[in-house]
Design a protein around this ligand. Structure first.
Ligand code: SF4
Length: 345
């Protein structure tokens, strides 16, 4: 049995793509986006109030960094996107998979510490399943990598026929085809980061101060009655967030769970949930670390956000921000000037 914050389980009204388009044409940031960004001296992590990054922020950044920035500057559009039928279909497939191996119980949370307690209690239950050789889905992973705190959710961990611990990531597709190389690169980055985070956790490299410092959580904070009741039901006696952190760190340190030996991405067709195919992913630590360094340099304010290169302009065709994107506009102007210069030679 897994728990989830009540708000995540509410069935929101489905909005269609048409509504998204109307909304998009109505929303315009005041003045030039890049001008406003330059006037704001805070680094992006501070400007967007981010205490940590989600692993999906980084994999989306690998697709188009500028798109991530627009998503944060115009969260209304981003939220509407989650309600688009094609995106909802992907979420439903993930939920259906999760329900195959575990029940989900809604739980009321009253503080940020309660929300993190949900993650940690789920993690503690899943460690027990992994120790018993069973499969787990939606496993929370988190920790500091190269100075920034990252949070993610692994779709599935299980033991394969060779007895290896295998990570499986589910990606749903609107067409019955594999995604482009560019999209696969962002998926590859995502699962490589999951492996780094998971293995640091089971090697006991997580640290209480790091967690509370990055996430600004209070160790002395007591839990809501629902969290306390659930913790008791699953066999843990805790009263404050600090107790729960100690319990988690102890469990992780002595869990004796092996490293992840294999990683696979399963591509499924959204319409009927059939498997398109599976791609194996290699672990490339040096590559991940250099990618992290590059993506972090944006969040740390060491460089401006970048949109897609001209060779990848096809990505803009399916982008919700194409109409307002200054990067796209500047690349189009550059290309026009180049053509004019070539013609006048
Ligand atoms: S229009 Fe193109 S460059 Fe601009 S945010 Fe979208 S994908 Fe990125």
């Amino acid at each position: 049995m897994m728990i989830a914050p009540l708000k995540d389980l509410l069935n929101l009204a489905v909005l269609d793509k048409k509504l998204l388009k109307i909304f998009k044409s109505e929303v315009r940031p005041e003045g030039s986006g890049s001008k406003r960004r330059k006037q704001d001296e805070r680094i992006p992590l501070e400007r967007f109030g981010r205490k940590y990054l989600n692993v999906t922020d980084l994999s989306r950044q690998a697709w188009c960094e500028q798109q991530v920035v627009y998503g944060l500057e115009l969260p209304h559009i981003e939220q509407l996107r989650e309600e688009v039928p094609v995106v909802k279909a992907g979420s439903c497939l993930h939920l259906a998979r999760e329900l195959e191996v575990q029940d989900i119980v809604p739980i009321k949370v009253e503080s940020r510490e309660d929300s993190w307690a949900v993650k940690i209690l789920n993690l503690l239950s899943m460690i027990q399943f992994l120790q018993a050789g069973e499969r787990v889905r939606e496993l929370p992973v988190f920790g500091e990598l190269e100075g920034i705190f990252l949070v993610g959710v692994v779709d599935e961990l299980c033991y394969n026929s060779k007895g290896e611990l295998e990570l499986r990531e589910l990606k749903t597709r609107g067409q019955r085809t594999y995604p482009s190389v560019a999209q696969r690169k962002s998926h590859q980055l995502q699962v490589n980061i999951y492996k780094l985070l998971f293995e640091a956790m089971i090697k006991g490299q997580l640290n209480k101060d790091t967690i509370t410092h990055h996430l600004c959580l209070r160790t002395e904070q007591p839990f809501s009655s629902e969290i306390l009741l659930h913790a008791q039901k699953v066999g843990f006696t805790i009263s404050t967030f600090g107790d729960l952190l100690d319990l988690m760190l102890l469990n992780l340190r002595y869990a004796e769970i092996p490293n992840i030996d294999a990683m696979k991405i399963e591509y499924c067709y959204q319409a009927d949930a059939s498997l398109i195919g599976t791609k194996e992913v290699n672990f490339e630590e040096e590559w991940v670390k250099s990618e992290l360094k590059h993506y972090y340099s944006f969040w740390r304010g060491q460089r401006e956000a970048k949109g897609v290169d001209i060779e990848e302009a096809w990505k803009c065709r399916s982008c919700d921000f194409a109409d307002i994107c200054e990067w796209r506009q500047s690349k189009a102007e550059e290309a026009t000037q180049k053509n004019q210069a070539n013609r006048s030679k």
